[in-house]
Design a protein around this ligand. Structure first.
Ligand code: SF4
Ligand code: SF4
Length: 228
């Protein structure tokens, strides 16, 4: 028998619509249901609010939050040693940079460093791969551009003092550096080029023999799959 296409026999929810619940008299009138909905909305007006009056009220995100990536300025200089790892790891190729040599102990610095914030997807890979904790995810989520050129952040706009991102740096120290257990401590100690650690005292009081012993112990420690 030919189907009557003017009279659909199924609906989008169920192809067995004949078993659907029949609406009652009041439900068919609609008005009581609308009043019920309005009463529910009215009651919510007296409940505690969970929203903020942005932009008058600003949210202060926790340290785990990944906002705009920034370059860390340490003692008035960028920590970045222009290794290029972040640019290599960045999935949307948002980072471009050029290295230059310097007589400073860190030997290299970025002559220019740019992040195209129209491309950035806030993945945090740049932070993850950076050996110097020179690029970190800040709490800045309030980003506005007036043009495409304006969205390209140069080194001057990216640099922030390390004190401003101290919470994130602490977070990284706690959760990132401890991934491999005590093994990391030894590596960090050996990192003589690290600007990150230049103001730290590395005299551990261990003799060379003790240090070799500790290294052997660390090498024998299996990598931990958890941060606990
Ligand atoms: S957060 Fe991700 S997308 Fe943004 S600059 Fe870093 S690596 Fe690239
Ligand atoms: S920010 Fe870090 S990963 Fe990127 S070039 Fe500088 S030192 Fe290397």
């Amino acid at each position: 028998m030919a189907k009557n296409l003017e009279q659909p026999t199924v609906n989008a929810v169920s192809d067995n619509y004949e078993k659907e619940r029949k609406l009652g008299f009041l439900e068919n009138l609609y008005l009581p249901e609308i009043l019920k909905g309005m009463w529910y909305s009215f009651k919510q007006m007296f409940q505690p609010t969970f929203t903020m009056k942005y932009p008058e009220e600003k949210w202060d995100p926790p340290a785990i939050f990944r906002g705009r990536p920034v370059l860390v300025e340490d003692h008035g200089k960028e920590r970045c040693v222009a290794c290029g790892l972040c640019a290599r790891a960045c999935p949307p190729l948002a980072i471009s940079m050029q290295a230059k040599e310097t007589d400073d102990e860190k030997e290299r610095f970025p002559d220019f460093f740019e992040i195209n914030m129209l491309r950035c997807i806030y993945c945090g890979y740049c932070e993850e791969v950076c050996p110097e904790e020179a690029i970190v995810m800040s709490k800045d989520y309030d980003i506005v551009f007036e043009s495409r050129e304006d969205a390209v952040y140069d080194k001057e706009r990216l640099l922030v003092p390390k004190e401003d991102v101290s919470e994130r740096l602490e977070y990284l120290k706690k959760y990132r550096n401890r991934q491999f257990g005590s093994f990391w401590d030894f590596q960090e100690e050996n990192n003589i080029h690290s600007v990150r650690d230049r103001d730290r005292e590395w005299n551990t009081g261990l003799s060379l023999v003790d240090m070799i012993e500790r290294q052997e112990k660390n090498d024998a420690t299996p990598a931990s799959s958890s941060w606990s």
